[in-house]
Design a protein around this ligand. Structure first.
Ligand code: Q0Z
Length: 301
């Protein structure tokens, strides 16, 4: 079992209905029918939400997502309405709140992969394919793929793993026209993100987009985009295919949790221990670094 050590109690705000607690974000609805996403400073690793927060993470990821929405705006409409917290919201929601159009979400994780790792690597090792797509022989952990792949997955509940599914399963469930549109958008968005990141010395290995349909059935880009929580970012100067790549954001956490100092057994089913201050500080610094590299600006305070 995995998930929360203790599920957080959502902040109640007059006029907002709390809808959902995600691993690291809270979702509310306004009386007018809009949605409000609030990013916390929670962090997850090895499928656990850790008992220690990373100060500033929620604001930083929200501002990064906003920046990416601008970079992608000419490719597809998005769900953003405002970054102003609703009246009555706590002062500390400033900078980590996004007000969005409520859409009919398409329950498919639209994943694009430009590099082989994670569940894609596992499927490749088992049979030479990813989401049923054949790949050349000789690829290894971290290899750049000949072309980016659309590798859809079914959304899982908290604590469960997403399941990779073939494109044909998306087409069978949602219609060939929508499936082809989602694939095209996902790959266009990935290529834009990959090219922008590459110029900053950052590899965008893979990423997950979520789409909703507006009242006319038009796909709209929703959720968060191209954050370290929805993407794998690797420092390009440390890219060495053949072994797991260091993660930009969570490497210090993984290293410490896997070390004898943590005293934690990843496969023991017990929750991970609190992080030492030094690990928190290094992790916060890694988030600030990827923000600065990508956007060219200092991370939000
Ligand atoms: C996003 C999620 C979060 C927990 C639903 N524009 C939209 N329309 C309809 N539904 C959603 C969106 Cl973004 C929607 N999630 C993911 C976000 C906290 C879960 F902030 N769930």
């Amino acid at each position: 079992m995995s998930g929360f050590t203790t599920k957080p109690e959502p902040v109640q705000v007059p006029g907002l209905t709390h809808l959902h607690t995600g691993k690291v974000r809270e979702l509310y609805a306004t009386a007018a029918g809009e949605l409000v996403m609030v990013a916390s400073d929670r962090v997850s690793a090895y499928d656990w939400v850790l008992p220690t927060e990373i100060p500033g993470k929620g604001r930083l990821l929200t501002q990064l997502s906003l920046w990416w929405f601008e970079q992608l705006a000419d490719l597809v409409p998005n769900h953003l309405l405002s970054d102003v917290p609703p009246p009555g919201a706590p002062a500390d929601w400033e900078g980590r709140t996004l007000v969005c159009r409520r859409l009919e979400m398409v329950p498919v994780e639209c994943v694009a992969r430009g590099y082989l790792t994670g569940s894609g690597l596992a499927e490749y090792r088992a049979g030479g394919t990813v989401c049923g797509l054949p790949l050349p022989e000789g690829l290894t952990d971290g290899s750049r793929l000949p072309e980016p792949l659309f590798t859809p997955a079914t959304k899982a509940e908290v604590g469960e793993h997403d399941e990779n599914i073939p494109f044909e399963a998306v087409a069978a469930r949602h219609g060939a026209a929508l499936a082809e549109r989602l694939r095209g958008l996902t790959l266009d968005l990935y290529r834009r993100g990959r090219d922008i990141a590459e110029r900053s010395g950052v590899i965008l290995a893979d990423t997950k987009f979520e789409f909703g349909l507006d009242s006319t059935g038009t796909p709209v880009l929703a959720d968060e985009v191209l954050t370290p929580d929805s993407s794998r970012f690797w420092p390009a100067d440390r890219w060495r295919p053949g072994a797991p790549q260091p993660s930009y954001d969570k490497q210090h956490i993984r290293d410490w949790l896997g070390s004898p100092e943590s005293g934690w057994d990843r496969s023991g089913g017990t929750p991970p221990p609190p992080l030492p201050d030094a690990v928190v500080e290094r992790t916060a610094g890694a988030y600030r670094e990827v923000y600065r590299r990508l956007t060219g600006d200092a991370a939000p305070a």
